[in-house]
Ligand binder design. Sequence first.
Ligand code: GLU
Length: 309
Amino acid sequence: MQGLQALLDDVWAELQGRDERGEVATYIPELAKIDRGKFGIAVATPEGDTFCAGDADEAFSIQSISKVFVLTLALGRLGDTLWQRVGREPSGTAFNSIVQLEHERGIPRNPFINAGAIVATDVVLAGHEPREAIGEILRFAQFVADDDSIRIDPDVARSESDTGFRNRALANYMSAFGNLKHPVEKVLGVYFHQCAIAMSCRQLARAGLFLATGGCMPITGQNVISSRRARRINALMLTCGHYDGSGDFAFRVGLPGKSGVGGGILAIAPGKASIAVWSPGLNANGNSMLGSLALEGIAQRAGWSVFGP
Ligand code: GLU
């Protein structure tokens, strides 16, 4: 295998010139303003190195990638009883589907579709005011990234709240089934802010490293979660991390991953690396087009796959 830096430089250079980059998400007005030409890659390794290419130091809206951090916190709160309120099956439908929720009587399919993530947020909110829960989630992202400079973008949070009709519908629906314990507006206040956390690829790759190393932060030696829990979160990322494009992502990339409509993807190569990519143009399933191709190229060339050598 060539050196990791040279590998990233090659993959970045091959894709950077590409015209077909997908469409930037417009349903959150603030996200529609982002330059479609941005493209960054970062890979963090258990040895403590971080390799970067392109716009890897520019912060972007992590959106649904925050669901990984909030799931980690919710499991810390409730342990396996969380699974009484959220399922663990791929959804095969859009990330904000209401139809499925009706069929399944208010129990969302998995923690990575919006409804499931809103339940996880409700769990983290227990015993707190919304601003304290937002603080806890932000501090967790800062802790695992080992970087206190990470912030929430208040304009993105406001923009999402102003247009969050579907998320309000999902939350109200779950409340009707008794699956939210707090008022809808409080839960969504937290949810919109967690989605508006802004991180660079470098920060995000570092933040994901605990999932690649059996739950501990290799540099500081601090334990975040058990190795069993890290494996399970990875399993959910593999099966559910890309909405109804999860099967295709597993087929092409072969690694657990979580995407967000801001155009970021966090992928985990267990034992090897945590990888973050960002390009705001999305494919038909709402996943970063260039980001998915970059991960496919990196995984293939590095020989990283959870399915075999
Ligand atoms: N904040 C977005 C929403 O709830 C997250 C969607 C995503 O990144 O997939 O609509």
